[in-house]
Design a protein around this ligand. Structure first.
Ligand SMILES: *Cc1c(COP(=O)(O)O)cnc(C)c1O
Length: 428
């Protein structure tokens, strides 16, 4: 038994499934999850002292690479001044200003600790603003684990094989209408039938939680015009894509439409628990204490988290985004070449520098498309790479994450490992 097998056995005694979040378990691929003891740059180190090139990046936040010295010292300096005050700070103002500078439609920002809280609050705000109950989401989009947003929620839920979740009341689920991604006809029908009851449509900027599904040109703009016509709000969930695929997230790359509310998480906290929602001032001022929509948080806008966020956004300049994009293109090319050489059916889809590999033929445009792939082939591919010390998300339904720290050495290790992984995917 390795140290990690032992640790996992202990973990399962005291923590359900041994993990604090389901996607971390190796359920979909089998085996013992990697227990990480440290991370630096493009690498994570496990409890047995083995290092891996990391393509998980804490599921998004590690845009600059792990433990960037300037982010770490910003957090250390903040920690020395006190861990939490439960009072407003200058750092919150600075981070809100930094967000608004990049995404001007976020005139005002409310900080929370998780992406789940950001989207949950966005939904409550939309209901408060419109006086309507229903929300529309797309199958395969994930918006955190609040009750009303768990229906057909992609990745974690998909790989667990659960339809939604038990423990969610029929009432909570009943106000959520699920439409297939890209299905403009169905969305139009839903608005024709129930437009007067719909508070908001929520969508991921570019869906990344059923694997990466690049939205058709104009799809998000269509959501915008339909919601506007029917007096509903558009919530663009950029918890994953925000500040990762470009300086102003997916919205900044795509352009041409303005959502009412935009949510951020992951990169904006630089690896600390911090997320946010933003929008027009008059809308955001419906939140307490100005308005009637209640929302609160003991640790919201935590000083360590805001310090990490400010440092991360300051360091995430054009050169960082260009580097990550170049590495992404390089990696997609070498994966595609290896899978083609091994005759493995595959399609690689990208949204900016985020991409995923689907083990199937043909473009993935909906959640049903995403589910129709060879997940057993993915599991073999995953374990072959892991044996070569390359750490991917342990699920076929996740994006791969690169960082500014992925250098030639890290890329070379991945390139060396890829042909054998492709052959493993080919042969059961
Ligand atoms: C990760 C994620 C969330 C949830 O964020 P947590 O911080 O895990 O609660 C919400 N929306 C999207 C698009 C995400 O990728």
């Amino acid at each position: 038994m390795t140290h990690m097998d032992e640790m996992f056995a202990r973990a399962q005694c005291v923590i359900p499934g041994g993990v604090s979040s389901p996607v971390r378990a190796f359920g979909p691929v089998g085996g013992t999850p990697v227990f990480v003891t440290s991370a630096r740059g493009a690498y994570v180190v496990d409890a047995d002292g083995v290092d891996y090139v990391d393509l998980v990046g804490s599921w998004g936040p590690a845009l600059l690479g792990h433990a960037h010295p300037e982010v770490v010292s910003a957090v250390q300096e903040a920690a020395a001044r006190g861990l939490s005050f439960g009072a407003p700070t200058q750092a919150e103002v600075e981070l809100a200003e930094a967000i608004r500078a990049r995404v001007p439609l976020a005139e005002q920002v409310r900080f929370v600790s998780t992406g789940t809280e950001a989207t949950m609050t966005a939904i409550r705000l939309a209901r408060g603003a419109t006086g309507r109950d229903k929300i529309v989401k797309f199958a395969g989009c994930y918006h955190g684990h609040s009750d009303s947003l768990l229906a057909a929620a992609g990745s974690g839920v998909a790989t667990q094989g659960l339809p939604g979740s038990s423990g969610v009341t029929a009432a909570a689920a009943g106000d959520t209408i699920v439409v297939d991604f890209h299905d403009v006809d169905a969305l139009t029908r839903v608005f024709d039938e129930a437009g007067g009851q719909i508070a908001a449509v929520i969508t991921e900027g570019a869906p990344c939680n059923m694997g990466v599904v690049t939205p058709d040109d104009g799809f998000n703009a269509t959501i915008r015009s339909l919601t506007r016509r029917h007096g509903a709000l558009m919530i663009l969930d950029e918890v994953l894509t925000g500040f990762r695929v470009g300086p102003a997230g997916w919205w900044g790359l795509e352009g041409g439409y303005d959502p009412d509310i935009i949510t951020f998480g992951k990169v904006v906290g630089g690896g600390m628990p911090l997320a946010a929602l933003g929008g027009r001032a008059e809308l955001m001022q419906l939140l307490a204490p100005v308005g009637p929509v209640y929302q609160a948080g003991t640790l919201s806008g935590n000083p360590l988290a805001t310090a990490a966020g400010i440092a991360t956004l300051r360091l995430a300049d054009d050169a960082v985004y260009a580097h990550v994009e170049r590495r992404s293109a390089e990696l997609r090319r070498l994966i595609g070449d290896a899978l083609t050489a091994a005759s493995v059916p595959h399609v690689i889809q990208a949204a900016g520098s985020l991409f995923s590999v689907f083990f199937r033929d043909g473009a993935v445009r909906t959640y049903d498309d995403a589910k129709a792939q060879d997940t057993a082939g993915f599991a073999r591919f995953f374990h072959s790479l892991l044996d070569s010390r390359v750490y991917l998300p342990p699920s076929a339904f996740e994006a791969w994450f690169l960082s500014a720290a992925h250098d030639d050495g890290a890329m070379a290790r991945i390139a060396d490992a890829m042909p054998a992984a492709a052959r493993a995917a080919a042969h059961s």
